[in-house]
Design a protein around this ligand. Structure first.
Ligand code: HEC
Length: 465
């Protein structure tokens, strides 16, 4: 597909997953408890302004979580099943009952948020208010539960603990990274929800009003209360990340090209966290001193940080998609020797050429590229082969032998790449395909590429593989 060959498979999953996390953490996991607390606070103090603020924030949560939030949740399934069917298949087999439960909890969460928002006004009198607050608490629990289940799976992908030995669901769930990562995400989601509430306070309360002052103060205290456990959880989590993965962080943070900047970058991240904390300290002590715009910026900073946490987490587990079990290209570690002996095309599911002959080098090479490299590379777009090999070997016609040697050994020096899972002939075919692309820049520009849609066909929504 034209689009995917430019943007890249992993970026597609990353964009959908990223949007989902941006919504799930601040607007669901963290925000439901915060609005339920605001509602309760308003009820106890008989302060209608708190109730109105909580109601308005809930409106935003309700609209965003039930639309973009739910859609991107499904989008993760679609994109991962499309791009990494073997990875998602393996996870499904291990976590079937966990995911089944998560699905029930998720449906309950959607029903509860609908009830919570739509009954707000109707259930405001008498004993009904308590019932309504109860719905908010239940909603918060369901939302947290979905994360409690999903993080087990995310942790498993980074370290499978004793699962390879006993293959039990219990060991899979209680993998070494599970609880630290859960603590990290939960505390950060709570902080983010506070930052998001700050953001919304800017729109939902009156400038210089007494209530804005109180709201800023209370939400700042909420942020500060979570900040210390967050920093503790972050250190705990980091220390549980296996050393080989920690070593990947340099490239993970900033790509190979900028990896030498990673120390500066780590400082920027620490500074961003510090700035958020300082803003919250001022907000708690002297809410009037916080100018309106300051309410808007930390939320954006918080999301930016969250994006980096996810990016790094996804990156550091390379070359595996499931630690020590399956490589990112969908090849199981145990299968690797067989593939290298018999050829990866022999066993691949979606290829046109099963064997490499002198007549099909380029076509078979393209199949090899799709099966072994395209999870992470495009041919000429993001993280594209053309620019990567040009960096290595320059603009002159590339030396085929050197490239074949590179393909066979690339995983030893660039440990984030899996070993090439094919045989010698397939490596030669892959190189023939890459050299063919290099020799035909018009393919790269897209003018006559047989693997790109023709200009008129490009308008159609589907077609191509
Ligand atoms: C698990 C994902 C993954 C797979 C699969 C993968 N690569 Fe990579 N590769 C990367 C990453 C990440 C980089 C570094 C990108 C950066 O930061 O610039 C990279 C870099 C490279 C580079 C540049 C190395 C350098 O030092 O400049 C080449 C060449 C390359 N890959 C070729 C391949 C080939 C050929 C295949 C298929 C046989 C392949 N890769 C499979 C992830 C992968």
């Amino acid at each position: 597909m034209f689009f995917l060959d430019y943007v890249g498979n992993r970026l597609l999953i990353a964009v959908i997953g990223g949007i989902h996390v941006f919504i799930n953490h601040p607007l669901a996991v963290g925000a439901y408890p915060l609005v339920a607390l605001m509602e309760y606070w308003g009820f106890r103090r008989k302060d209608a302004e708190w109730d109105t603020l909580a109601y308005r924030i809930t409106f935003v949560l309700f609209i965003i979580t039930t639309s973009v939030g739910a859609l991107t949740g499904v989008g993760i399934w679609l994109s991962t099943a499309l791009i990494a069917p073997f990875g998602i298949g393996s996870l499904l087999r291990v976590f079937f009952w966990a995911w089944f439960t998560e699905w029930l909890v998720f449906i309950s969460e959607v029903i509860l948020v609908v009830i919570y928002y739509l009954t707000w006004k109707r259930w405001s009198a008498g004993g009904w208010k308590k019932v309504h607050i109860g719905v908010g608490v239940l909603l918060s629990i369901c939302s947290l539960l979905t994360m409690v289940i999903i993080v087990a799976i995310l942790g498993f992908m980074m370290g499978s603990g004793s699962w390879p030995a006993d293959r039990s669901l219990f060991s899979a769930v209680f993998n070494p990274l599970y609880i630290p990562q859960l603590a990290f995400r939960t505390t950060y989601a709570m902080m983010l929800a506070g930052l998001c509430a700050w953001f919304l306070i800017f729109f939902f309360t009156q400038k210089r009003s007494e209530f804005r002052r109180r709201a800023v103060r209370c939400v700042s205290i909420w942020i500060l209360a979570w900040a210390a456990p967050f920093v503790g959880a972050a250190v705990w989590y980091w220390n549980k990340v296996p050393a080989v993965m920690q070593a990947n962080v340099d490239v993970g943070l900033l790509t190979q090209r900028f990896m030498n900047w990673h120390e500066t970058f780590a400082l920027i991240i620490a500074a961003a966290v510090a700035l958020i904390v300082i803003a919250a300290v001022i907000g708690a002590a002297r809410p009037r001193l916080v100018p309106g715009v300051v309410l808007l910026i930390p939320f954006v900073m918080g999301l930016w940080l969250l994006g980096h946490f996810e990016r790094v987490r996804e990156f550091v587990r390379k070359p595996y998609v499931i630690a020590d079990y399956m490589y990112s290209n969908g090849v199981r570690v145990a299968e690797l020797p067989v593939f290298q002996r018999d050829g990866v095309l022999t066993y691949a599911t979606y290829v046109s050429n099963r064997t490499v002959t002198s007549g099909n080098m380029v076509a078979a090479g393209r199949d090899v590229f799709m099966v072994t490299c395209s999870r992470c590379h495009t041919s000429y777009g993001v993280n594209g082969m053309m620019s990567k090999f040009t960096n290595l070997y320059g603009r002159e016609p590339w030396d085929a032998d050197a490239m074949v040697a590179f393909v066979h050994t690339m995983h030893t020096t660039r440990t984030f790449m899996p070993p090439f899972p094919g045989n010698d002939k397939e490596a030669e075919a892959l190189v023939a395909y890459l050299k063919h692309l290099q020799a035909s820049p018009e393919l790269i520009l897209g003018a006559q590429a047989d693997w790109l849609p023709k200009p008129q066909a490009q308008q159609k929504p589907s077609g191509g593989s």
